[in-house]
Structures are given as structure tokens and as C-alpha cells.
Design a binder for this molecule. Structure first.
Ligand SMILES: Cc1cc2nc3c(=O)[nH]c(=O)nc-3n(C[C@H](O)[C@H](O)[C@H](O)COP(=O)(O)O)c2cc1C
Length: 343
């Protein structure tokens, strides 16, 4: 079992490399058009894209979403390159599931990233379903402490687990376990999907359990159902569900009534600085991207930095063309979309 977790992470990366359609390219953000200003009445230099997240300053609202870690040179390289790039550009970073470090102590090094990224928010990560399999406060605190993390992601991936032949599908009673954990944890807890979106009912349960942060991780980008289909070769179940779930812009729209009570992170299929601007208008405080950073992270920190800088240029340019000087002025401002183009 312990061998499987490490190998599985490597297999996922190989599948993503070999099948570009694991990124579903739903392009759902393209259906939303922004209201261009020909007279923006600001200078490009007036645009300040920085924000505060978890008590720290980000150069713009980008989060490198949780991907990996483990006892293997490639996984170590990916995480170190991402951490160096996050620090150099002033963006937040999540790590992949840390379950592996409880069975492979050597995997801890791939999560010990604080010396490489001393000033940016780092997010630890554990599968919520592990709370039904013996994990509790001690394991969660250990995951946080190895990373010296600013928050802990509990990821929710019922579809992925259902497609895996070896999947952990005991999701009953998890909300109660989260309710016990949340107030005892030394840092904020963030509930996160992995590409199917959080529904209003999920957020209701999370809020009742004392959780304030939610990463919607909707559909349109990386499809775990399709990835697991390649690994499992068990009929077409994974393909049948490859586009299951809520597209990220719709997920954000249906969570609008909870704004104010909760902080939402937008992710899933965000592919540009323009998508990021739309996500912030729809109520995402921070925008996460995973797959676009995988290949550059296998190469070098500089390759990741290049991608981040180009996304940042897009973000700043879009703000300029909307006549907006700071990110707070984007947040929930529906009038920045062309009237009538929202679905
Ligand atoms: C290679 C890879 C590994 C991932 N591993 C994890 C993980 O261990 N834990 C997690 O919460 N999400 C994981 N994710 C999901 C992402 O954090 C994100 O929610 C999802 O991929 C949607 O973002 P994207 O469309 O920009 O890729 C992984 C994504 C990728 C591409």
C-alpha cells in the first residue's frame, strides 16, 4: 500500500504528459466577456495587482495549486522548483497530498520547502477521506509543521477515489470529523475539490463545521476521472465521468450567497491572467492553477517564473483595460462584464 502512493504520483504525471486531453480545456471563462474601456482614465503604471492572503502579501492573486511531493527525485525537483519560483515572484503555493510522508519518511524532504520560500503562503495538503481511515489532529499538525504551512488543505476527491480500483471511498460522516478537527487545528483549514467543484450544500456543511475557506476547484481543467481511466483500464467509467462536475465560473456564481461568510479560492481550468480577473470579479479571492506549472516545474525554477510572469502581465493588462487600479475594485463587480453575457 505504501509503495502505491509514491508510484501513483509518478504515474499521474506520466499520464498527464502523454494525454493532453487530461486537461479538458473547457474554456468556460471564454463565455464571459469583459467590458473594455477605451478611455480607462488610468495609467498602466497605476495598476497595483497585489493582495493580502493569509496575512501575507502576494504580488498578484495567484496560487500554485497542490500537485505533488514524495520519495522520488522528480517529485522533489518539482516541489523545489515551484517553491523557488513562488518566492521569486511573490505568489502562494500548495503541495500535493502529504499522506506519503507517513509511510515513506524520506518523502518529508519534498515537503520541507519553507527555507526555499520563506515569505509566501505555503499550504499543506491531506485527503479529507483519511479522517475516516485513522488520520486525526496529530497527522494534520505534522503535515502543517513539516511545511511550516500557513493553512491546511483538506482535499475532497470522491470521483477520483471511485474510479481507482484501490480508491478510498468511505466518505460517510466526514463533515462531523472536519467539525471536530477545524477548531483544534493551529492554522486555517481550507476545503478543496480537485476538479469537480464545490456545491452550495458542501459549503453549508463546511460552514457548519467551522470552516471559512473553500477552494471551488471546478471542472474545465485537469480531469482526475480521465487520468484514473488510463491507470485503471477498467472499462469506460473514467471516461464517462471525465467532464463531471461544476464548471468553475458556475461554481463561483452559485456560491455568491455565501460571500461574506466564507472566503473562496477559485481554481479548475484557469489558464490565463484574463481568466483570473474574471474569477476575482466572480468572487474568488485567490486563483489557483495546477497543470500549467507541471511541465515547467520539471525543467527549472526559471521556467516556472517565466510562466508566472506572463500570467501576471495578462492580469495587469486586463485590469488596465477595465480602468481598475487595485484588486479590491474587481471583487464582485458584475458591471465589469458586458451586460447580458453572463450564463
Ligand atoms: C499533477 C497533479 C497532481 C495533483 N495532486 C493533487 C493533490 O495531491 N492534492 C490536491 O488537493 N489536488 C491535487 N491536484 C489538483 C489540483 O490542485 C487542482 O485542484 C486541479 O488540478 C484543477 O486545477 P487545474 O485545472 O489548473 O489543473 C493535482 C493536479 C495535478 C495537475
Amino acid at each position: 500500500m505504501s509503495e502505491q502512493t509514491n508510484d501513483r504520483k509518478l504515474e499521474h504525471i506520466r499520464v498527464i504528459e502523454q494525454d493532453p486531453a487530461t486537461d479538458r480545456q473547457g474554456a468556460y471563462f471564454d463565455q464571459l466577456r469583459l467590458r473594455h474601456r477605451a478611455l480607462p482614465e488610468i495609467d498602466l503604471a497605476d495598476v497595483d495587482p497585489s493582495i493580502e492572503f493569509l496575512g501575507k502579501r502576494l504580488s498578484f492573486p495567484l496560487l500554485i495549486s497542490s500537485m505533488t511531493g514524495g520519495d522520488h527525485a522528480l517529485l522533489l525537483t518539482i516541489n523545489r522548483n515551484l517553491a523557488l519560483a513562488a518566492e521569486a515572484t511573490g505568489v502562494a503555493m500548495g503541495v500535493g497530498s502529504q499522506r506519503v510522508m507517513f509511510t515513506h519518511p524520506q518523502a518529508r524532504a519534498s515537503f520541507a520547502l519553507r527555507t526555499l520560500a520563506p515569505s509566501v503562503p505555503l499550504l499543506a495538503n491531506i485527503g479529507a477521506v483519511q479522517l475516516n481511515k485513522g488520520f486525526g489532529l496529530a497527522e494534520c499538525e505534522e503535515a502543517v509543521s513539516v511545511l511550516d504551512a500557513d493553512a491546511l488543505y483538506l482535499h475532497l476527491n470522491p470521483l477520483q477515489e471511485a474510479i481507482q480500483p484501490e480508491g478510498d471511498t468511505q466518505f460517510a460522516g466526514l463533515a462531523g470529523k472536519i467539525q471536530t478537527l477545524a477548531p483544534q487545528l493551529s492554522c486555517p483549514l481550507i476545503l478543496k475539490e480537485v476538479g469537480c467543484g464545490l456545491s452550495a450544500a458542501d459549503v453549508e456543511l463546511g460552514l457548519a463545521a467551522g470552516v471559512r475557506y473553500f477552494d471551488v476547484a471546478g471542472s474545465g481543467g485537469t480531469s482526475w476521472s480521465r487520468i484514473e481511466h488510463h491507470r485503471c483500464q477498467q472499462g469506460d467509467l473514467g471516461l464517462a465521468f471525465q467532464d463531471w462536475g461544476l464548471p468553475t465560473p458556475l461554481a463561483l456564481q452559485q456560491l455568491r450567497p455565501y460571500q461574506g461568510k466564507a472566503v473562496f479560492l477559485a481554481s479548475g481550468g484557469i489558464r490565463s491572467g484574463i481568466d483570473m480577473v474574471k474569477s476575482v470579479i466572480l468572487g474568488g479571492s485567490v486563483c489557483g492553477m495546477a497543470a500549467p506549472f507541471l511541465r515547467p516545474a520539471m525543467e527549472s525554477p526559471e521556467a516556472v517564473i517565466r510562466v508566472i510572469e506572463s500570467i501576471k502581465r495578462e492580469f495587469v493588462t486586463a485590469m488596465f483595460l477595465l480602468g481598475i487600479t487595485n484588486v479590491e475594485q474587481l471583487y464582485l463587480r458584475d458591471e465589469l462584464f458586458w451586460t447580458g453575457n453572463r450564463n
